[in-house]
Design a protein around this ligand. Sequence first.
Ligand SMILES: *[C@@H]1O[C@H](CO)[C@@H](O)[C@H](O)[C@H]1NC(C)=O
Length: 324
Amino acid sequence: MFLSKFCGSLLASVALLSSAVSGQANPGGCTGDCWTHDPAVVRRDDGVYFRFNTGNRIGILKSNSITGPWVFQGSAIPAGSKINLAGRDDLWAPDVSKVGNLYYLYYSVSTFGSQNSAIGYATSPTMEAGSWTDHGATGVSSTPGRPYNAIDANLVKDGDSYYLNFGSFWANTHQVRMSADARTASSSAVQIQYQPSGSHPAEGPFMYYRSGYYYLFWSEGTCCGYDRNRPAPGAEYKIRVCRSNSVNGPFVDKAGVSCTQGGGTTVLASHGYVYGPGGQGVMADPSHGTVLYYHYVDTRVGFADGDKKFGWNILNWSGGWPSV
Ligand SMILES: *[C@@H]1O[C@H](CO)[C@@H](O)[C@H](O)[C@H]1NC(C)=O
């Protein structure tokens, strides 16, 4: 009884918050296997869509469109990572892009809340299940005492140069330059985004280039476990953005506030039945335009991590800033 009252008042607070950020579109359709966490979506040249998930040693799903039907194919790294760290059998936060003729999959090896972390990578000519070769370490790693947590990688290309954005909590999002083949770190890490308040709850960077700007998206707030321990309204995951005309920054938000001093324009937060959207990426889709995709909780279904769903929206770039 007490419990259900308590949950009722939490839900009422969530509803109030939602009306404050109304105007955000509901997620586009999804059929088939729509569970996801930290999705990465890549459209192959033949038009087949691949979606990669945290869990299942990086689950692979396929579809002929972003709306589905999505069909589970298997694990990208079924034997676990070559990296000898706790978490090598529970890989997180895939990031997939094409480098030359190969697809590169970056993944995180860590355990929840630990700074003993490393970013590994695997390659494939096709992205199909069974086609991935794990190569282990990129050289981006962390231990307690470092200003970042080496998780949540995202590769970005600038001319002929590759950079890996990653992190984090601690001192948030950092960036390293990568070798010419994008396999290993070739510089020390530089901070590109920082939320000084609270527990510095920012992670999951994703950079997207458009019309002269590098847009740095990230997820801010509490990601997980909403069924057991729901954060104060507004402290759950949301998707924020800053931009710069250089891949290395400095990044600022729409109001001109520095991204390393707490800046960030919110692109998508809880609204209506959507709660805690994050783990995002952006892709250019030939049928829809630029698409923001993410995981979220559908409050009509359930708040557990096992209830998370794949969401996507078309981005509107009016005024040079993305909105949904
Ligand atoms: C994009 O946003 C602008 C500014 O808010 C708005 O006027 C326009 O109608 C939007 N475009 C679409 C396609 O929704």
